[in-house]
Design a protein around this ligand. Structure first.
Ligand SMILES: [Zn+2]
Length: 319
């Protein structure tokens, strides 16, 4: 009897060791694969992982919480007919650009929290339209934040006034966002504004803060709802590998000469399914494709994540 139990115990131990080995091999390789996926030097290939489930997105981003990968990771959050991008920087800091409509505040908050963040270093409200700053008050009430940037534009909406109240209640002051303002200026990592260039415009969209981020050999451009007028005023180098296309793919933005100057390999349009504005414009899509960009859209792809080690780019989509 005791002998039999002894052999059972041995068997049990053998199983335990095998299970442990499987565990180590499985997690060891998937983590290793993640760390090494972008180490190829000086190539600008775009590795596309399409059709991964939101479960996959959650599991990959959970690795980034530790932010030991040395990668920049940009989340183009699907907020329907609105805009919101969250950027995990390789230095461990973070940037939030816009927060969707008022009703999206909770979604954006939960998304950022799911990545493990309790603080956002830099918050940008590109311009005071509802579909960009609507959810911002909710987000700011749920995170610590260091700096908030908005253009020198005002509007009389309740949403805008609520946002100003929230910022004041946190004892923060708004820094004016305009061309030439730097968030980060390190040798390998820069984040700076290239627009708005003028001090006043007749429409709020033209006030949009346009942010450029460069990390080693790769760059990202975030247009807000900047118009062709604003695009034409920009004097900084706008060439970028990835662009968040201006104004939800409307033809009021993405002027032909500007598209040629940016010449990205990836163009992302934040847009709602069957929206009443009939966006994005098919001409605008063709324009970006013509210069070699692969176009992604949040209405078709859901949330889009672009990761880079500064040399290569990797795209994953929710759908
Ligand atoms: Zn908009």
């Amino acid at each position: 009897m005791s002998k039999r139990r002894n052999s059972n115990n041995k068997l049990y131990l053998v199983f335990l060791v095998i299970a442990l080995l499987f565990y180590i091999v499985y997690y060891g390789t998937s983590f290793g694969k993640y760390l090494n996926s972008n180490t190829s030097d000086n190539i600008s290939n775009v590795n596309t992982t399409s059709s991964i489930s939101s479960e996959d997105i959650t599991s990959t981003t959970s690795l980034v919480n530790e932010n030991t990968t040395g990668n920049i990771r940009v989340h183009y959050i699907d907020v329907g007919q609105a805009d919101s991008e969250f950027i995990e920087l390789p230095n461990g800091e973070s940037i939030l650009i816009d927060a969707g409509e008022t009703e999206d505040g909770e979604l954006v908050t939960n998304y950022i929290k799911s990545l493990g963040y309790t603080k956002i270093n830099y918050v940008i409200g590109t311009h005071p339209h509802e579909d960009h700053i609507g959810g911002m008050s909710y987000v700011l009430n749920n995170f610590d934040f260091d700096n908030i940037y908005m253009p020198n534009a005002t509007t009389t909406t309740k949403t805008f006034e609520n946002l100003l109240d929230t910022i004041a209640s946190k004892n923060k002051t708004i820094t004016e966002g305009k061309a030439g303002v730097y968030l980060i200026n390190q040798s390998d990592l820069k984040a700076y504004m290239v627009a708005p260039v003028s001090s006043s415009y007749s429409d709020l969209n033209s006030y949009s803060i346009v942010l450029k981020i460069t990390y080693k050999n790769k760059s990202f451009l975030f247009m807000g709802d900047a118009t062709k007028l604003s695009e034409n005023e920009i004097t900084d180098d706008v060439s970028s590998d990835v662009i968040k296309v201006g104004h939800h793919g409307s033809s009021t933005a993405s002027g032909p000469s500007f598209v040629v100057k940016v010449k990205p390999s990836i163009a992302i349009i934040s847009v709602g399914k069957d929206n009443k504005y009939n966006l994005p414009s098919s001409d605008v899509i063709k324009r970006w494709e013509k210069v070699g960009a692969k176009v992604y859209r949040t209405d078709e792809n859901g949330t889009i994540i672009v990761t880079s080690d500064g040399n290569s780019l990797d795209v994953s989509t929710e759908k």
